[in-house]
Write a protein that binds this ligand. Structure first.
Ligand code: C2E
Ligand code: MG
Ligand code: MG
Ligand code: MG
Length: 278
């Protein structure tokens, strides 16, 4: 497992190597090279419909296959990619790759399912973000109504008026929108009500402690109820146990995503294990 240390140093631990520190500048140069060499790949984690128990969608999750350090999780490099604006070309690479994968699954004859993509705030606020999405849809032929962009509350709240315009434009394209990590940011509920959203994804930090923490139980229960009243889809993220699954299912949560059902998988693994051919 890789662990981020404080200050200017990123420290990676991998099975083949002993502890090794990589300076921030090294990391930045590393990231640039990785983009050029396309050292990234994408895994897909199923999202299960709690009524049918079938896959309703998958979430695309980025990984970095570092030649020496092994697979580096996104929590270890997205922050730096954002600070250095490398998230812009990287985010575009992810989007193109995922759109192409959607088209391939369709060509292989799988029944339609949603595909979630994480969009960084840096990307979302680019003046040409919607144009870029449009262009990629055109170039790849991906179906926008099967796509769901995930953004966090803070991205919306930073500039609500601008966010509304972007959200409206994406909605016009047919793309679905989800709030990721819901409950960890500060969003005004009265504001959320007016946004063109499709889904709230309850942050996994509220799910992990459900068993022992009455506050978390109250928060999860209330969030599910609120989402339903606002006619939003609601996904519980990070469901690992039967107990957590049972709790959200009883509260009529729509979907769950978590290790209880599946870890993130390669495109062919997710297809073999979860997708259904017509
Ligand atoms: P996220 O969007 O909230 O994604 C869910 C994270 O929870 C994923 O971590 C997933 O592997 C993990 N997870 C799912 N089920 C479980 C579970 O049952 N237990 C536990 N402990 N974890 C679970 P991952 O893949 O490490 O991604 C971390 C974050 O990195 C993502 O959180 C997202 O914010 C960011 N990220 C991933 N891919 C991209 C990307 O393409 N672009 C951007 N901008 N951010 C990305
Ligand atoms: Mg997400
Ligand atoms: Mg999340
Ligand atoms: Mg997150």
């Amino acid at each position: 497992a890789a662990k981020e240390s404080g200050g200017d140093t990123f420290r990676f631990y991998s099975s083949e190597m002993n502890a090794r520190a990589v300076s921030r500048m090294d990391m930045e140069a590393n990231l640039r090279r990785a983009l050029e060499q396309e050292e990234f790949f994408i895994e897909y984690q199923p999202q299960i419909d709690l009524i049918t128990n079938k896959v309703a969608g998958v979430e695309a999750l980025l990984r970095w296959q570092h030649p020496q350090l092994g697979v580096i999780p996104p929590t270890q490099f997205i922050g730096l990619a954002e600070e250095t604006n490398l998230i812009l070309p990287l985010g575009e690479w992810v989007m193109r790759r995922v759109f192409e994968q959607c088209v391939m699954w369709k060509q292989e004859g799988y029944l339609p399912f949603r595909v979630g993509i994480n969009v960084s705030g840096r990307q979302f606020v680019q003046p040409d973000f919607v144009d870029m999405v449009c262009r990629l849809l055109d170039e790849t032929g991906a179906a926008p109504e099967l796509l769901e962009f995930e953004i966090t509350e803070s991205v919306v709240m930073k500039d609500v008026d601008a966010a509304v315009l972007t959200l409206e434009a994406l909605k016009k394209l047919g793309i679905n929108m989800a709030i990721d990590d819901f409950g960890t940011g500060y969003s005004s509920l009265s504001c959320l009500k007016h946004l063109p959203l499709n889904r709230l994804k309850i942050d996994k930090s509220f799910i992990s402690d459900l068993q022992d923490n009455a506050d978390d139980r109250a928060i999860v229960e209330a969030t599910i109820a609120m989402a339903k009243r606002l006619e939003l889809g609601v996904t519980a993220e990070g469901v690992e146990t039967e107990g957590q699954y049972g709790f959200v299912q009883k509260r009529e949560c729509d979907e769950v995503q978590g290790f209880y059902f599946s870890r993130p998988l390669s495109p062919s693994e997710v297809a073999d294990a979860w997708l259904i051919k017509r």
